[in-house]
Design a protein around this ligand. Structure first.
Ligand SMILES: Nc1ncnc2c1ncn2[C@@H]1O[C@H](COP(=O)(O)OP(=O)(O)OP(=O)(O)O)[C@@H](O)[C@H]1O
Length: 787
C-alpha cells in the first residue's frame, strides 16, 4: 500500500497524479503499436530493440512498422503499447524510435477492457467476471483497482484471493509503466526508472515528489542535481531537511573525482554551504553531519569526513598490511649464498648488477614486504628478473609453470593494474602475469572472487606499476593476500597518482613503515637515450632550453596552437614515407575536447590512416564512425571478456543486424590474445586510439610517442603529467608545440593535494618498525664489499 503523503503538495490521490500524468502524455509524441518480435535484448539491463507494427501515432511517420528501442520492464509479443519517445536516424538502419516511457494500451471501450482483463495476463479472471468488473467500475476500472483493490469487493465471483491476485498482476504490468511515464516527465530515463521502481515499487512517484533527496542515499547513481531539479519542479523548499544531508554526501562523492579519500570537517561544511546556495547556518550543516554519522551514511573520524567505503578501504588496507608484516619470514639465505646465486644470474643475463640493484634483490628476498621505486631506465625490470631467478634458485623451485601439476602451485604471482602493464611484465620476466582484476577474479557485479575467505595461492607476489593502484583496489588486493606470501611492490613515485581515490604508493613511501629501495642510477642512459635523460632532468627540476635540442631519439618541433593537428598528420606522413609501421606511433594528449584535443586528432588520423572506402565496412556510433582496421582503446573493465580499461586493439570485423540471426549490430575487436564481440549497448566501451589521453597511457609503453604540448592545454600541463607522457616512449619521442608551454608545464607542480589518511592509519596499525637502513643512499650493499 502507498504510504500516506508526507507533505502538503502531495495531498492528492494517486489517481489524480496518474490522471495528471496521462494528460501530460497527450502532449507528447507517441507511437501506438503491436510488438511483432524482439530484435535484441540485454536481459541484465532490460534493454530491448523491438519491431513494432504501428496502429496509431501523432508523429509524422508514414511507414507501417518501426524499430523501437529502450529499457522495458516486460513487453509481451502481440500486445499493444503506447511508446513515448523521439525519432533517431540511424546511419544504416534508418529511422528508429528511442523510447522514454511506455504504457500498455487498453482500448477505452467496454469490449476492449473486458478482453484485456480476461486475457492470459490475469489467469484468474474469465470473460464473465471481467464483464462484471467493468459494469461496476466503468472504463476507469484499472485505475480504480490499482488505487484501491477493495473496490472489487462485492462483485460476484471475486474472492479476496482473486482480488489480491488481480491487484498484484495489474501492479506488475501497469505499475512500472505508469511510474516510468511520470519519471520521464522528470527527465529520468527508463534505466534509472527501473532502479527506482525496484526500490520503491508503487511508492516511487510519491517518494520523488515528497523527498527526491532520499534517492541520493537509496539509489546508486542518483545525483544531487537530479534531486534538486525534481524538487524545484515540485516546489520544494531549498531548506528541505533531507537536502542538506544529501548535499553532504554529494560533496564527498564529488571530491572522490579529485582523488580525495576524505574532506576535512570545516572544508566539507564550506563546500556543502556553497553547494546548497542559500543562507544556511553552519550549525545546521554540523547537525546534519552528526546525524549522517550516527546513521553510518558517512564517517567522521579525527576531524575528517569520509564516505564509509573509503574509510574502510584505508582501514582495511592498513590492517591487512600489518597482518602480513607480522608473519615472520623463514628461509632467509646468507649473503654469501646470495652473492653466489646473483653471480650466476649475472653471467646468464650478461650484466653486472649495480650496488643499488644488488641491494634491492637482497632486501626484497629478506623482507616480507618491500617497495622498489625508481625512474625510467634505473633497472626496475632488471631487478624484478633478478629477484625471481634468485628466489627460484634459493628455494629450488622451477620457473616453468608447466613443471607444476596444478597452476595454483606456481610460486610466483605477477600482476599489474592494466592489461598492457601486465603483458610487459610477463614479456620481460617470461612468467605469466595478470591484471589485478583478473587475478582477484573480478566478476563485475558481485565484486571479487578472491578475498579474505578465499585467498590467493602462491609464495611471491610482484605488483608492477603500483602508482596506479587506488585505495579500493589496494584494499581488495591485500585482503586476498595470505600471511605467508612475500610481496614486492614496484612503481615510479614521480608518475601520476591513481585515477581512483588515494595515493597509495606515495603514502606508503612517506610513511616510512615499509622497507623501500630507491633506484637512482640510470642504465638506459648509458645506451645513449635522450628520452631517459629528459625524464630525469624533469624529475630533478634540471631542465634547460638546451635539453630540448634534437637528438637521435628525440625532437622538439615548434608549432602554433592552430597548426598542431596538421603537424601531427605530417609526422605520420613522414613516418610512412620512411617505412615506419604507424602502429608503433602513439599520440598522447591531455584533453579530449577543443580544436586540438584527443577527439579532433583521432578524427584526422582516422581519415588519414584508415580512410573510408567502398569496400571497408563502417558503422556509426553517435558522431563517430568505426571502420574495419581502426585502432581503438577499451575504456572500461570488461572482465567477462578478458579486456580491461586501457587495452588497445583493432577493429577486425563489423556485422550488421540484418545479416545475422541474432539481429544485432556487432563490432569485433582483436586485442593481443583475444577477439571480443561488442553489441550496440557496449559500443561506448571503446573509442578511437590513434591519440589517447596521457592518463589512459599510464602503465603502457610505445616505441614512438608523439606528444603535442600547446598553450591551450595549459590547465592540464603539470610536471607529473608530462613526466608520465615522456616516460611512455621506448625508442623515440617527438614533442610538438610550444616550448614555453612545455617549460612552464614541467616546472608546475600539481598542487592539488589529495586528502588521504593512509599514513596515519599505517602509523596506528603497523606494529613493526622497518629495519633502519643506512645503506639506502650511499652505502648500498655491494657484494664486492664482502670479498
Ligand atoms: N646493471 C645493469 N647493467 C647493464 N645494463 C643494465 C643494468 N640494469 C639495467 N640495465 C639496462 O638498462 C635498461 C633499463 O633497465 P630496465 O628496463 O630494467 O629499467 P626500468 O627501471 O624497468 O625502466 P622502465 O621503467 O623505463 O621500464 C635495460 O636495457 C637494461 O638491460
Amino acid at each position: 500500500m502507498a504510504k500516506k503523503p508526507a507533505c502538503k503538495i502531495l495531498a492528492i490521490t494517486k489517481r489524480e497524479v496518474l490522471q495528471m500524468e496521462e494528460k501530460k502524455q497527450n502532449e507528447k509524441g507517441y507511437i501506438r503499436g503491436v510488438v511483432l518480435y524482439t530484435i535484441f535484448q540485454n536481459q541484465s539491463e532490460n534493454f530491448s530493440i523491438i519491431k513494432v507494427k504501428i496502429e496509431d501515432t501523432n508523429e509524422e511517420y508514414d511507414e507501417k512498422e518501426i524499430v523501437v528501442k529502450g529499457y522495458f520492464s516486460e513487453l509481451t509479443e502481440e500486445n499493444s503499447y503506447y511508446f513515448y519517445g523521439t525519432f533517431e536516424q540511424h546511419a544504416r538502419f534508418g529511422m528508429q524510435y528511442r523510447v522514454d516511457s511506455y504504457q500498455t494500451y487498453i482500448p477505452d471501450t467496454k469490449e476492449g477492457l473486458i478482453s484485456y482483463l480476461s486475457s492470459d495476463l490475469f489467469y484468474s479472471i474469465g470473460v464473465k467476471t471481467a464483464t462484471k468488473i467493468v459494469d461496476k467500475l466503468g472504463l476507469n476500472a484499472i485505475s480504480h483497482i490499482l488505487e484501491d483493490p477493495e473496490c472489487l469487493d462485492g462483485i460476484p465471483g471475486i474472492t479476496k484471493k482473486t482480488r489480491d491476485q488481480l491487484h498484484k498482476s495489474l501492479e506488475e504490468h501497469q505499475g512500472f509503466e505508469r511510474i516510468a511515464i511520470t519519471l520521464s516527465n522528470y527527465q529520468i530515463g527508463l534505466k534509472m526508472a527501473q532502479q527506482i521502481y525496484q526500490e520503491y515499487k508503487e511508492d516511487a512517484i510519491i517518494k520523488l515528489a515528497d523527498d527526491p533527496y532520499q534517492l541520493v542515499f537509496d539509489i546508486e547513481g542518483f545525483g544531487f542535481q537530479t534531486a534538486d531539479r525534481i524538487a524545484r519542479m515540485n516546489g520544494l523548499a531549498v531548506d528541505h531537511p533531507t537536502r542538506t544531508g544529501a548535499g553532504c554526501v554529494f560533496v564527498l562523492q564529488r571530491s572522490m573525482q579529485d582523488g580525495h579519500v576524505y574532506l576535512p570537517y570545516d572544508y566539507c561544511i564550506r563546500e556543502v554551504i556553497q553547494l546548497l546556495g542559500f543562507q544556511i547556518e553552519e550549525q545546521v550543516v554540523m547537525e546534519q553531519l552528526d546525524t549522517l554519522n550516527i546513521e553510518k551514511k558517512i564517517i567522521i573520524h579525527d576531524g575528517n569526513v569520509y564516505l564509509p567505503s573509503l574509510y574502510y578501504a584505508e582501514d582495511g588496507f592498513a590492517t591487512n598490511l600489518n597482518r602480513i608484516m607480522q608473519s615472520e619470514l623463514e628461509d632467509r639465505t646468507t649473503l654469501a649464498e646470495l652473492m653466489k646465486i646473483t653471480g650466476e644470474i649475472e653471467e646468464e643475463e650478461v650484466l653486472s648488477y649495480g650496488k643499488e640493484q644488488f641491494h634491492a634483490i637482497e632486501k626484497s628476498l629478506s623482507s616480507r614486504i618491500m617497495i622498489l621505486t625508481g625512474g625510467p631506465g634505473t633497472g626496475k625490470t632488471t631487478v624484478i628478473k633478478g629477484i625471481v631467478k634468485a628466489y627460484a634458485a634459493i628455494h629450488d623451485v622451477s620457473l616453468d609453470i608447466d613443471d607444476y601439476e596444478k597452476k595454483a602451485e606456481f610460486p610466483f604471482v605477477l600482476t599489474a593494474p592494466t592489461g598492457r602493464a601486465a603483458k610487459r611484465l610477463s614479456e620481460s620476466t617470461g612468467l605469466p602475469a595478470y591484471t589485478i582484476h583478473r587475478l582477484l577474479g573480478w566478476n563485475g557485479t558481485d565484486g571479487f572472487d578472491k578475498d579474505e575467505h578465499e585467498q590467493l595461492s602462491g609464495r611471491f607476489l610482484i605488483v608492477d606499476e603500483f602508482s596506479m593502484v587506488d585505495i579500493w583496489l589496494a584494499n581488495h588486493l591485500f585482503k586476498a593476500i595470505p600471511d605467508d606470501m612475500q610481496i614486492l611492490m614496484v612503481g615510479d613515485e614521480d608518475q601520476l597518482p591513481s585515477v581512483g581515490p588515494g595515493q597509495v604508493l606515495s603514502d606508503l613511501l612517506a610513511s616510512d613503515k615499509i622497507p623501500v629501495v630507491r633506484l637512482q642510477e640510470v642504465y638506459r642512459q648509458q645506451e645513449g637515450s635522450k628520452i631517459i635523460e629528459l625524464a630525469h632532468e624533469i624529475k630533478n627540476n634540471a631542465l634547460t632550453p638546451q635539453s630540448l635540442k634534437k637528438a637521435k631519439d628525440f625532437s622538439f618541433l615548434s608549432v602554433n596552437n592552430n597548426q598542431i593537428v596538421e603537424a601531427i598528420t605530417k609526422i605520420f606522413k613522414h613516418a610512412m614515407d620512411k617505412g615506419i609501421d604507424t602502429n608503433d606511433i602513439q599520440v598522447l594528449a591531455p584533453i579530449y575536447k577543443t580544436e586540438a584535443g584527443i577527439n579532433r586528432i583521432n578524427e584526422e588520423l582516422q581519415q588519414m590512416l584508415n580512410p573510408k572506402t567502398d569496400k571497408k565496412r563502417e558503422i556509426q556510433v553517435s558522431d563517430v564512425s568505426y571502420r574495419v582496421g581502426d585502432r581503438v582503446i577499451q575504456l572500461v573493465n570488461q572482465p567477462e571478456d578478458g579486456v580491461f580499461n586501457g587495452d588497445i586493439g583493432e577493429v577486425v570485423a563489423i556485422f550488421f543486424a540484418k545479416e545475422n540471426k541474432e539481429k544485432k549490430d556487432q563490432i569485433v575487436i582483436a586485442f593481443d590474445e583475444r577477439e571480443v564481440v561488442y553489441e550496440r549497448q557496449d559500443f561506448l566501451n571503446f573509442m578511437h586510439a590513434y591519440c589517447i589521453s596521457i592518463h589512459k597511457s599510464q602503465g603502457s609503453e610505445f616505441p614512438i610517442v608523439v606528444l603535442p604540448v600547446i598553450s591551450s592545454y595549459h590547465r592540464m600541463l603539470r610536471k607529473n603529467l608530462l613526466y608520465t607522457a615522456i616516460t611512455r616512449s621506448k625508442e623515440s619521442l617527438i614533442i610538438c608545440g610550444d616550448s614555453s608551454a612545455f617549460m612552464r608545464g614541467v616546472t608546475t607542480i600539481d598542487t592539488n593535494q589529495r586528502y588521504t589518511s593512509l599514513i596515519e592509519q599505517l602509523e596506528k596499525r603497523i606494529e613493526i618498525e622497518p629495519q633502519v637502513d643506512s645503506s639506502e643512499e650511499s652505502e648500498a650493499l655491494d657484494p664486492y664489499d664482502f670479498m
